[in-house]
Design a protein around this ligand. Sequence first.
Ligand code: IMP
Length: 205
Amino acid sequence: MRDIIFATGNMGKLREIKQIMEGLPYNIISMKEAGLETEVDETGETFEENAILKATAIAKKAREAGVYGDAIVMADDSGFEVDHLGGKPGIYSARFMGTDTPYSIKNQKILDEMEGVPEEDRTARFVAAIACVFPDGTCEVVRDTFEGRVAHEAKGIYGFGYDPIMYVPEKGCNSGELLPEEKNKISHRGKALMKARKLLEEKAL
Ligand code: IMP
């Protein structure tokens, strides 16, 4: 069985990708488990560029180490885009107001900036890009979104990051109020992972 190295240190993401890739003949491991842990500067200007930067850096490290020669390397990049704020925090979602600032403060800042903005101008979305580097060196990237609006108040105990402040019209509640299994079915990452699964089925089996 071939390996897929997923460039994340986040065990939640790894669990989700394992669930979505179930049934495919791949053994999915984190970069830590592969002994390839590395910091990659996210210097790209788009989610796609950053995902590609991460995946290619880990693939290069694996090839240089002479291990996992026929593994597929995958990496994702994601964030929250608010149209009225010119797409911010966007690719800077994790770094917005500083990586150590609690999300309760980051979220309140966005709610304050959106105060008085009418419903039709509150459109926002989560975006996820996933890059796959194949053993022949080719790279493909997929992307999907989870559309909603900036809520008027933070709600919910599930999820993380900006989940409490994104209202999801199709569910009638904020993303932070969705159970993880409910969110994964409609989320940016869940849908992008499904596209990545299709890519693996087409390209690599
Ligand atoms: P990364 O892709 O792990 O670098 O995540 C970037 C940042 O985007 C996270 O730290 C969160 O701030 C935000 N983000 C990405 N996906 C989600 C989500 O599903 N819910 C809430 N925030 C998210």
